[in-house]
Design a protein around this ligand. Structure first.
Ligand code: CP3
Length: 385
């Protein structure tokens, strides 16, 4: 059941006092961190938390104003700027979670690769192509080599207080390996797949090294105050089930086991319908899926312990508003508030009108779902851990 809630739960952003004078809960009556963590645990809620992947980005004029004078990597590596950019969608849209502003390629540089990063995406001019290249990669100390990231998280947490969830993130090993081996995005990822098929053991060493570095990198973010972390496996859908199970899955399981129990782990997979039986064995608390996935069917198939995040098509946010309303409410009714974090199925497009992004967040926050106290009873446990 869905109906609209107009009074409580709507952040009064127009008259927002400075962030450091009142906690967010005092300001608008919602303990966002509590809400978020309950959703991660699979609890039934009457109002779900909502945020957007790539929510700090080029669709916001305030972000573009900063980027007009500062290169992308400089923003990432300057905690004051990175914290400011991370906070923009919270201030402007009232999102329920703040993801730290950074990029999944940052650890590649810390492992010793030369990295160029801008709006068009990453470029690694000396990609990994041999066993010697893999051996040269360092498992870095995140508090030294990437200290700007935990520092940014500490500043965000200090600014918003204890009741707004701040999310850390990293690439899943396979997706980072795709960029490290290809050097940039490529249709089909022929070089990385060829590496995997020709030298499976060397490729496993690469995934293992990335996994070890990622565990330390995520732990540093958690220690700095991230209350949940997301692993981005944007390119896992390029693999068939057998190769995913053989290579990508063990590496992601290794990362999740390495930080397990500390905070909830959200695992984003794109174009992964053919992989879900294996993705469900990753150990993640929350699976984040794109718009191709059927949330209601996944809910039935998964263990009740696994929550879901998603999955409105970011193209929908280009409008019209009736379609935004329909697609958002359809995602909400698919899970009826049970173990659901509302999000897009992939990052927000840079052409998205800000008022459409705001509408998406508002619909998420104003819609009452399910019925309090209802428990999560899956009809089958085909994908249970
Ligand atoms: O988009 C995804 O698939 C999510 C995973 C991912 C991120 N970066 C996370 C991220 C991927 C695949 C990247 C690589 C990357 N980095 C790309 C995509 C290129 C490709 O292969 O298709 C691009 C364009 C970059 C550079 C980059 N990263 C920019 C210009 C920005 C600023 C925001 C924007 O979209 O304009 C980012 C930020 C970024 N990348 C965040 C995350 C989680 C920041 C936090 C957030 O707001 O979500």
């Amino acid at each position: 059941m869905l109906f609209s809630l107009r009074t409580p739960g709507k952040p009064n952003l127009g008259h927002m006092p400075p962030l450091n004078t009142l906690t967010a809960t005092e300001r608008d009556g919602i303990d966002r961190k509590n809400l978020f963590l309950r959703a991660c645990r699979g609890e039934a809620l009457t109002r779900v938390p909502v945020w957007m992947m790539r929510q700090a980005g080029r669709y916001l004029p305030e972000y573009r104003a900063i980027r007009a004078t500062r290169p992308f990597l400089e923003v990432c590596k300057t905690p004051d700027l990175a914290a400011e950019v991370s906070l923009q969608p919270f201030r402007i849209l009232g999102v329920d979670a703040i993801i730290v502003f950074s990029d999944i390629l940052i650890p590649a540089e810390a492992m010793g690769m030369h990295l160029e990063l801008n709006d068009a995406g990453p470029n690694l001019p000396s990609p990994i192509r041999s066993a010697a290249d893999v051996a040269s990669l360092r498992i870095f100390d995140p508090e030294l080599e990437t200290k700007f990231l935990p520092e940014t998280i500490r500043r965000i947490v200090k600014s918003v207080g204890p009741d707004v969830p701040v999310l850390g993130f990293a690439a899943a090993p396979w997706t980072l390996a795709c960029y490290m081996v290809e050097g940039k995005t490529k249709e089909g990822f022929s070089t990385v797949k060829s590496f995997l098929y020709h030298e499976p053991e060397t490729f496993r060493l690469l995934l293992n090294k990335i996994a070890l570095a990622t565990i330390a990198y995520l732990r540093a973010q958690i220690d700095a105050g991230a209350c949940a972390v997301q692993l981005f496996d944007t390119w896992c859908g390029e693999l068939n089930l057998e190769d995913y199970e053989d290579f990508a899955l063990p590496a992601v399981q290794q990362v999740i086991a390495g930080i397990s129990g500390k905070v909830p782990i959200i695992y984003y997979t794109k174009a992964s319908n053919h992989l879900m039986s294996a993705v469900a064995r990753s150990g993640a608390n929350v699976l984040s899926v794109d718009w191709r996935a059927d949330l209601a069917a996944l809910r039935k198939a998964l263990s009740p312990k696994i929550a879901l995040q998603g999955n409105v098509d970011p193209a929908v946010l280009l409008g019209p508003t009736g379609k935004i309303r329909e697609a958002t409410q359809s995602a909400l009714s698919a899970l009826n508030g049970i173990g659901h974090i509302l999000n897009l199925g992939h990052g927000i497009f840079k052409q998205t009108p800000v008022e459409n992004a705001r509408l998406f967040i508002e619909i998420g926050q104003q819609t009452v779902v399910g019925s309090a106290g209802k428990t999560n009873q899956p009809t089958s446990a085909a994908y249970s851990r």
